[in-house]
Design a protein around this ligand. Sequence first.
Ligand SMILES: Cc1ncc(COP(=O)(O)O)c(C=O)c1O
Length: 302
Amino acid sequence: MGNKTDRLIALAEKHGAHNYHPLPVALSRAKGVYVWDVEGKKYFDFLSAYSAINQGHNHPNIVAAAKSQLGRVALTSRAFHNDQLGPFLELLTKTTGKERALPMNSGAEAVETAIKAMRLWGYRKKGIPDGKAEIIVCAENFHGRTTTIVGFSSDPDSSSGFGPATPGFRTIPYGNAAALERAITANTAGFLFEPVQGEAGVILPPEGWLSAVRQICSENNVLMCADEIQTGLGRTGKLFACDHEEVVPDLYILGKALSGGFIRSPRCAPATRSSACSRRAPTARPSAARRWLPRSGPPPCA
Ligand SMILES: Cc1ncc(COP(=O)(O)O)c(C=O)c1O
């Protein structure tokens, strides 16, 4: 390590929360697949910010679009329409084959929104008694770091010290279709899973598992919710990891690469194929999840 690197690391260690333990390299420049540290050393970036940089660092088309947008308007609020949101949502829903999408600010926030949507669907459409909705998750999952999400993590590094955990989650072993079937009750609203588990060590599910999950969810009127934040948008060689078994979940949760490599975590949780609620609340800030629920009945992709 050089002097500059040492100084920068010391500053971050002194003034930042110790929630990450990065490698002892301080980056200052990037282009395509390469990054350079403050000492001028060049590296291949094999990490790609966990897939947030799938397009490569500073893709010139994305840089040009961002600069042009910043020169016109950087921020509006949801109190107004703007000339970007509609076209973005149209492209995203066409890409995912879903009817509606909801952009959020981080992957964890998108997962939280999907959880809300599944619970609400459970109460409004499946008839689960209020407060009783259950969501099934997998052991060794990683879905983010908010309080609710770490509450159903099986990794003590993520969860310990942050209790009490939010109730309403059941954990099953990853890749085990029989366990999923056994865990489903009349109060199960959804199954939340990673098509490939990332933080757990890049764990591929057994062949046929995604198809089995689709079938079990459809047969039991349970929403299948694929967290494709890391696997989506080309990371596994298909547009979505679920495509490897030609499976279409009821909800995709996307993130990382969706930012074009410019904001770490703008995410979205595209909704279902069936029509969504169209209740309007123009002056209030309605719960986002409420506005893109399927209108009725069984999981829309069943
Ligand atoms: C599968 C998965 N879900 C959710 C998240 C959380 O995303 P964020 O860090 O943007 O909150 C991550 C982040 O690595 C992830 O890999």
